[in-house]
Ligand binder design. Structure first.
Ligand SMILES: C[S@@+](CC[C@H](N)C(=O)[O-])C[C@H]1O[C@@H](n2cnc3c(N)ncnc32)[C@H](O)[C@@H]1O
Length: 220
């Protein structure tokens, strides 16, 4: 997946990336409202960073990291436009970044996990664990198996609950994994004639795709 070309509108999608919903994923917005998020926050694989921007709007100090310079430039421009001074953005590879050891009290993965190749997961988990402070919370919103048509060759690396628990549990203490939804603009893949599975829609006409929300922590 060439992430930067997706953000430049030249990728596999017929239009803007389907994950750009213009606001934080509702499952993660609910976590913020429930008081589960503490500064400083890492928005891992932030993309256009609606999550980081919403957190900064609420007074949190937040760093967004993404591989795509185009997405990072868009996030920086949005922060400037909204006059948000506590959000900073870095173009880097989340599977190997450094320079933030022990810094973050919360790490949030808004649909990054399934975007990484399976062989990139270990480096990712090791890197974000290193960047987390003792006692930090870690949240992952990730597609569950069955979210996409089985026939689709190029699709996100959807997970089973056991796979997610085992993989994250190599580094983090997993507290809970529960069924959740990822809200998405219905994707139109230019190279795939397969229909999407019949998922429900939300009140804004977005697809509610099956997912897991994982909560974990780093021992204090
Ligand atoms: C599905 S998008 C989610 C973006 C954003 N978190 C959201 O909720 O809208 C996945 C993001 O992960 C980023 N990404 C993929 N591989 C990455 C890597 N190795 N390091 C950093 N970011 C990566 C992509 O550029 C993309 O922005």
């Amino acid at each position: 997946m060439d992430w930067d070309s997706a953000y430049r509108g030249e990728g596999a999608f017929d239009g803007p990336p389907p994950w750009n919903i213009g606001e934080p994923q509702p499952e993660l917005a609910a976590l913020i409202r429930a008081g589960k998020v503490r500064s400083d926050v890492l928005d891992a694989g932030c993309g256009h960073a609606e999550l980081a921007l919403a957190l900064a709007g609420d007074g949190y100090t937040v760093v967004g990291i993404d591989l795509s310079p185009t997405a990072i430039a868009a996030a920086e421009a949005a922060a400037q436009e909204r006059d948000l001074t506590t959000a900073t953005f870095v173009a880097d590879d989340i599977t190997s970044f450094s320079g933030f050891d022990g810094r973050f009290n919360t790490v949030i993965d808004s649909t990054l996990f399934h975007s990484l190749p399976v062989e990139g997961r270990d480096g990712y988990l090791r890197s974000v664990y290193r960047a987390a402070a003792p006692g930090a919370a870690y949240f992952v919103l990730v597609f569950a198996k069955g979210a996409f048509p089985a026939e689709l060759e190029q699709k996100p690396n959807e997970v089973t609950e056991d796979e997610l628990r085992e993989t994250v549990g190599r580094y983090w203490t997993v507290d809970e994994i529960r069924p959740a939804f990822i809200h998405s603009i219905p994707p139109r893949f230019t190279d795939a004639p397969f229909p999407m599975p019949a998922h429900d829609s939300d009140e804004k006409g977005r697809m509610k795709m099956p997912a897991f929300l994982l909560s974990a922590h780093k021992p204090a």
